[in-house]
Ligand binder design. Structure first.
Ligand code: FES
Length: 250
């Protein structure tokens, strides 16, 4: 796409006076720090569990397998699952817009010129891999199902059912992740795409309408669920290290 301003819009494109750079700066910092943190957590292999709480980074989507059962592995068990949510987010339509703007300045904001002179779309490596998004969605659904299992388990302590602050943190996290996963554009297309006549497919139409409702805030779910995964791991880590005390509400 040309960076040349459209005739008659020069002042609007090149003289933008507002703080348009705040959003790409926030994106660079949040995505960059989260990426580094996620890799460090996976590499670290410690403090990922406290009582019934399990860090989402170490939730292995294999029935009956706990991350601790895989201590014998040469690599951290977190890497067995990490590539799925990272691939899902990296190929997500919302994140694509965010990182194309923030990291590649392509363009950095509306009405601000982009850096590169030519645009080849997503037809060449590595960005052609973004077309795998639908498959990452398929893989992410079982991951979310296992996170629900972990969140329910977080209400069962050694002395029975109870509610700790950590239980609520884990529950909030999986709710946000569910909203993010099930507001996905690819899922919306799966539910209601390729239909010539919606009225002949009432169930799919109803599902599509519901997805559309939460899809409108997909960016919000994308950001809040990323922050909640981060917060949940930090919370469990600090409890496990003895830095903070998990409060048992009842
Ligand atoms: Fe964002 Fe699918 S478009 S998760």
């Amino acid at each position: 796409m040309s960076t040349k301003p459209v005739s008659g819009t020069e002042s609007r494109q090149y003289d933008r006076q507002d703080a348009w750079w705040i959003e790409p700066l926030f994106t660079v910092l949040s995505l960059g720090l989260f990426g580094v943190y996620a890799l460090w957590v996976a590499w670290n292999r410690q403090h990922f569990e406290f009582g019934p709480y399990l860090s989402p980074f170490y939730s292995i989507p294999i029935p009956g397998v706990h991350a601790k059962d895989l201590d014998w592995l040469a690599i951290s068990p977190a890497f067995l699952v990490l590539w799925i949510p990272l691939g899902f987010r990296a190929t997500c339509y919302y994140y694509r817009k965010a990182y194309y703007r923030a990291f590649f300045w392509d363009p950095p904001a509306c009405a601000v010129p982009e850096l590169r002179k030519a645009y080849s779309g997503e037809r060449a490596f590595p960005f052609v891999l973004n077309n795998l998004h639908r498959y990452f969605w398929y893989l992410s659904v079982p991951v979310v199902a296992f996170l629900w299992y972990d969140a329910i388990r977080a209400f069962f302590f050694e002395d029975g059912f109870g509610v700790g602050v950590g239980s609520l943190v884990m529950l909030g996290n999986v709710i946000l992740l569910s909203y993010y996963t099930f507001s996905c554009h690819a899922w919306r297309h799966l539910a209601g795409g390729c239909l010539n006549c919606m009225s002949k497919h009432k169930t799919r139409y109803t599902l599509w309408q519901r997805i559309t409702r939460i899809n409108e805030s997909h960016g919000f779910w994308g950001v809040t669920s990323m922050l909640s995964v981060w917060f949940t791991d930090v919370y469990i880590r600090l409890c496990s290290m003895g830095t903070i005390t998990d409060i048992r509400l009842f």
